[in-house]
Write a new protein. Sequence first.
Length: 242
Amino acid sequence: MNDGHDGRVGYYLESLLDPDRKETVEREFKFDQLMMMYRCAIREVQTKLEVLNDDLGSRYERNPIENIHSRIKEPISIAKKLKKLDVPVCVESIPLYLNDVAGIRVTCSFIDDIYTVAGMLIRQDDIKLIKMKDYIENPKPNGYRSLHLIVEIPVFFADATRPMRVEVQIRTIAMDFWASLDHHLRYKKNVKDADSISAELKACADIIAQTDEDMLRIRKRIFSDHQVLERKNLWAEIDDIN
């Protein structure tokens, strides 16, 4: 049953004895260690988001966060991005030049939930906001909408405390639906009428954006939420923190 695993372990042990493979094995070990650190950073940030969601749900009988998904960037994607940045493609370059190796995607019910969750996250003492891009207020030309945060958090390991960066993307369910379909369609090669399809996707994005606004307006008529952070005040929150 464990033949595959035993084979890999045997290959690894043999590699340790091969002088020509020693340097490669050491690089692989460093890469695996770094990916472990990014996974730990994801757990730290995800726990904070889950606590916020539970707290707000208890206070207002409505959870602002619907889903939380996480991922570690694939090694091939890391290598391609380093090469595109024209920096050395090595383990040491990863934390120096890349901010999105560890990623968390948060889907919220309503637009103002996005800014509420973002504000409460970056307000925490051990979270440092590195960068924010608001593609909700300023959508990408193709219609993509989302709030992107790069945050840095201290992670306590056995030998030291290390600051680790995580990209947090926060969007509504409708924005996530559109982004997922757009991603799948754009990765298909040799698409006929690509320009026409892009125009239709942009039109769908605009309809979805208006639907998000309409649903928020309806919710405000039904519920009286006091603990919300309007999008126009998020930059003020950031200025106060910095």
